[in-house]
Ligand binder design. Structure first.
Ligand code: PLP
Length: 393
C-alpha cells in the first residue's frame, strides 16, 4: 500500500471507505454477512477467482478493511490482516507459515504468551525452536541453519527494554532464506521503520498504543501482499482469529490520534528518565531513549525514540517495589501499556510470574523492577508523583 501522503495524513484519512451517505467519521459495518443480488452472484463470490468482495466477516468486513489499509499505509507494508488480539497476530504470523520439521530461531526475552507459542505449541507440532540472546549477533549467526524458516523477536523487549538490531538480524536471517517476523509493540507504529530495515513481517498488539485508551483487544499482521493473502489470510479466516468490526472502528479512531499521543508519551518518558537518573532509591533507570542506555546509538538509528515505557529497578526488592506502587497517586496499577493513563506493573509477580526464578534472573526481571508505561498526563505531575512514591521505597 502506498500513496504520497505522510504518516500523519494517512493516520486520519488513509484507507477510508465511505458509504452512499458520505459520512465523515468511518462507519461501523456491524454485520457478519453481505446480501447477494442473485444466487449466481453468491456462487461467483465464493470462487477462488471471483471478485474481491465481502462474503463473511471472518474473511473480511469494510470497517476492518479500512483499519487494515490504514495500518499498511502507516507501516509502509504492502498489505495487512487484522486479528482479534495481539496474540492472534503473533500466532497467525508464525503458525500460518510453519510446518513440522521447520526450524525457528527466536530471541529469549519475550512476552510470556509468545514464549508459550514457541516453546509449547510449535514444539508440540514438530517445529524445532532455538532461543538466543537477541542482543548478541554472534548467537543469531550461530543459531540460523539452512532449514531455519523464521526468526522472531520483539524489537524492544518487555520489560527490560533491550533493543534488537532489526537490520543486522534480518541480514543474518536472509542469508539462509528465513522470514523475519518482528513483534514491534514497544517500538510503536509511529516510530517504526522495521520493513525498511529488513523485517519481512511486522506484528502489533493493537491493544496497546493503537487503541491507546484501554478499551479493546486487537492485533495486526503486516507484510507483502503475497504473504498476507496466500499464507496468513487462509489460516486466519478458517481458524477464527479475525478482528471484529466494532474493534476495527475503535482502532481507526485510535489511529487518528496515535501520533500525537505517542510523541507526547515518549517526550514525558524521556523527561522522567532524566529526572530519575541517579535517584538514591533506584538501582537503575532503564529507558532506551536515554544516553545511559547501552544501546542508545542503535535506538537513535532504528526508531529515533526510546518509546513510551521506562523501567525502574527499586533498591530493596519486591517489598520496596510494592510500597512504591501502592504510593502512586496518578499512575494506576495494571498490566496494559501504551494507554493514555500511566500504568505501573510489577512484572515479576504478574506478567512474568509464570517464569522460573532462573528464567527471570536471565532476563534481568529483578524483584525490584517496575515497568512504567507513561501516559499523556502532565509531565510535571507524573514526575512529582513518582518522586513522592519513591519516598516510600
Ligand atoms: C501485549 C503484547 C502482546 C499480546 O497482545 P494482546 O493484544 O494482549 O493479545 C504481544 N507482544 C507484546 C510485545 C505485547 O506487549
Amino acid at each position: 500500500m502506498s500513496n504520497n501522503w505522510k504518516k500523519r495524513t494517512n493516520l486520519v484519512h488513509g484507507g477510508s471507505r465511505r458509504s452512499q451517505y458520505n459520512e465523515v467519521s468511518e462507519a461501523i459495518f456491524l454485520t457478519q454477512g453481505f446480501v447477494y443480488d442473485s444466487a449466481e452472484q453468491a456462487e461467483a463470490r465464493f470462487l477462488e477467482s471471483g471478485p474481491d468482495e465481502f462474503i463473511y466477516a471472518r474473511y473480511g468486513n469494510p470497517t476492518v478493511a479500512m483499519f487494515e489499509e490504514r495500518m499498511a499505509l502507516l507501516e509502509g507494508a504492502e498489505d495487512a490482516f487484522a486479528t482479534a488480539s495481539g496474540m492472534a497476530a503473533v500466532n497467525g504470523a508464525l503458525v500460518s507459515m510453519l510446518k513440522a520439521g521447520d526450524h525457528v530461531v527466536s530471541a529469549r526475552a519475550l512476552f510470556g504468551s509468545c514464549l508459550y507459542i514457541l516453546e509449547d505449541i510449535l514444539v508440540r507440532y514438530g517445529v524445532e525452536v532455538t532461543l538466543v540472546d537477541g542482543t548478541d549477533l554472534a548467537q543469531w549467526k550461530a543459531a540460523v541453519r539452512p532449514d531455519t524458516k523464521a526468526v522472531f523477536f520483539e524489537s524492544v523487549s518487555n520489560p527490560t527494554l533491550e533493543v534488537i538490531d532489526i537490520a543486522a538480524v534480518s541480514d543474518i536471517a536472509h542469508q539462509v532464506g528465513a522470514t523475519v517476523v518482528v513483534d514491534n509493540v514497544f517500538s510503536t507504529p509511529v516510530f517504526s521503520r522495521a520493513i525498511k530495515l529488513g523485517a519481512d513481517v511486522v506484528v502489533y498488539s493493537a491493544t496497546k498504543h493503537i487503541d491507546g485508551q484501554g478499551r479493546t483487544l486487537g492485533g495486526v499482521i503486516l507484510g507483502t501482499k503475497e504473504f498476507i493473502r496466500k499464507t496468513v489470510e487462509p489460516y486466519m479466516k478458517h481458524t477464527g482469529g479475525s478482528m471484529s468490526p466494532f474493534t476495527a472502528w475503535v482502532m481507526l479512531k485510535g489511529l487518528e490520534t496515535i501520533d500525537l499521543r505517542v510523541r507526547a508519551q515518549a517526550a514525558s518518558a524521556l523527561a522522567l528518565a532524566e529526572a530519575l537518573q541517579g535517584h538514591p532509591a533506584l538501582e537503575r533507570v532503564i529507558y532506551p531513549g536515554h544516553p545511559e542506555h547501552a544501546q542508545y546509538r542503535l535506538v537513535q538509528s532504528q526508531t529515533g525514540s526510546g518509546g513510551t515505557v521506562i523501567s525502574l529497578d527499586i533498591k530493596g526488592g519486591q517489598d520496596a517495589a510494592f510500597r512504591v506502587l501502592n504510593a502512586l497517586e496518578i499512575a494506576v496499577i495494571s498490566n496494559n501499556l501504551g494507554d493514555a493513563k500511566s500504568i505501573a506493573t510489577h512484572p515479576a509477580t504478574t506478567t512474568h510470574q509464570r517464569l522460573s526464578d532462573e528464567q527471570r534472573d536471565a532476563l534481568g526481571i529483578t524483584p525490584g523492577l517496575i515497568r512504567f508505561s507513561v501516559g499523556i498526563e502532565d509531565t510535571e505531575d507524573l514526575i512529582s508523583d513518582i518522586l513522592q512514591a519513591l519516598k516510600s521505597a
